[in-house]
Design a binder for this molecule. Structure first.
Ligand SMILES: Cc1cc2nc3c(=O)[nH]c(=O)nc-3n(C[C@H](O)[C@H](O)[C@H](O)COP(=O)(O)O)c2cc1C
Length: 380
């Protein structure tokens, strides 16, 4: 096992040496288990983590520094650090993730019917690069079990639901509309995921005409049932600038509430060293940071403040989260960073962001959003 790249913050070390029976204490036990979990196949380790998290007693998250509060899509987020889709596909542990310190948790991707996904192995760690490649293919239990779970949870904290389409569906758009209708009453926001590289043809829905039809029908369904429920669109980092122009034009015309930039990439940056780089699928984690942040900045420039953006891709430190915000993110999400840094990463990021706000001349996250977009957007 390789150690963390950055040493843990002093506060984190101090906290870990004290007996702590809060959920944060329990969560730190997960961090202790990380080296052992890495001996397992990546997917087995993930299953074990979900099972253990689901068994934890319910806890209320600790209060966040008020400077970290973000208003977006009509919601008030206690802090800007969210759990990205894919970790809790079946909505089994959103409250445990909120209790661990995330400001919001996105469940899914869920498809209407259960789906097995691609043959295993299908998740690979790139230890040398601090990356992950997955070709899961929307493996999930389908809508029904998640509906039951979400109906019975006490609704505290912001939970989003990310919807997709079954691989063998006759009309993909129908599946998204179905997802919006099913989960709008049960989640705080919805994400339309048309950017997974592991369902053949799915990303074609990012093309202007198909996207326009998808958004028209999805938002019509939303307006009919739950008019104020925010609907976000999650895009790939691999779009050409022409494609990005089209996506943003349609998203603005149809008045989506926000966009998530980005999903995993099918590209393989030259910097990759790990032998697993040859596996097919979507690459996430540190090697995705530059590409996804550039795409975020370019999206921010095109959106012109018509709606907020969520930045995802390679966040594994407070500095990386800060750079996302400066590139155009109102909120951020992460997944792969947890694989390498454990749950302690959440507090580390929040503490680091609050420290930056204390010294920044404009002391709010919103005032810093997009400040470095022009630099990031430049061809590198
Ligand atoms: C194992 C794995 C499974 C994922 N599954 C989904 C998914 O079901 N739906 C989705 O929208 N994104 C999924 N993602 C993408 C993440 O939500 C995120 O956009 C991407 O990994 C970039 O963030 P990161 O570098 O912090 O992981 C998955 C990522 C990983 C690593």
């Amino acid at each position: 096992m390789r150690g963390p790249v950055h040493p843990p913050a002093r506060e984190t070390i101090l906290r870990r040496t004290r007996p702590d029976f809060s959920l944060r204490g329990n969560v730190n036990l997960f961090d202790l288990a990380l080296p052992f979990a890495r001996l397992l196949d990546a997917e087995d380790a993930h299953k074990l983590a979900i099972r253990a998290l689901a068994a934890l007693p319910a806890r209320t998250p600790a209060a966040d520094d008020p400077r970290l509060r973000v208003e977006a899509f009509g919601l008030t987020f206690p802090n800007p650090v969210g759990l990205a889709a894919g970790f809790d596909k079946n909505a089994e542990v959103p409250d445990a993730m909120l209790a661990a310190g995330f400001g919001f948790a996105e469940c899914g991707t869920l498809t209407p019917r259960p789906q097995a996904g691609n043959p295993r192995p299908r998740v690979f760690r790139l230890l040398a690069d601090k990356g992950v490649i997955n070709r899961l293919g929307f493996n999930n239990e389908g809508f029904a079990p998640a509906v039951t779970r979400l109906k019975t949870r006490a609704r505290r904290g912001i939970v989003g639901l990310n919807v997709g389409a079954n691989k063998d569906t006759a009309d993909r758009t129908d599946d998204y509309v179905d997802g919006i209708k099913t989960f709008a009453p049960l989640a705080d926001y919805l994400t339309i995921n048309i950017s997974s590289p592991n369902t053949p043809g799915l990303r074609d829905l990012q093309a202007a005409e198909a996207l326009d039809d998808l958004l028209a029908r999805s938002l019509e369904a939303r307006d009919a049932f739950t008019p104020r429920k925010p609907v976000l669109l999650k895009i790939a980092p691999d779009l050409t600038l022409q494609e990005l122009d089209d996506v943003v034009r349609v998203a603005r015309a149809r008045r989506v509430d926000g966009m998530i930039v980005s999903n995993t990439t099918v590209s393989r940056p030259d910097v990759l060293r790990d032998p697993n780089r040859k596996e097919s699928g979507g690459l996430s984690g540190r090697p995705l940071f530059d590409l996804s942040t550039r795409m975020l900045a370019r999206t921010w420039q095109r959106v012109e403040n018509q709606f907020p953006l969520v930045g995802a891709g390679g966040i594994d430190s407070a500095d990386a989260a800060w750079q996302k915000i400066r590139a155009g993110a109102a909120l951020v999400q992460l997944y792969s960073g947890m694989v390498y840094r454990g749950f302690g990463l959440i507090d580390e990021i929040k503490t680091g962001l609050a420290a930056r706000l204390a010294t920044a001349s404009e002391g709010s996250l919103a005032a810093n959003t997009g400040k470095d977009a022009a630099d990031w957007a430049r061809e590198k």
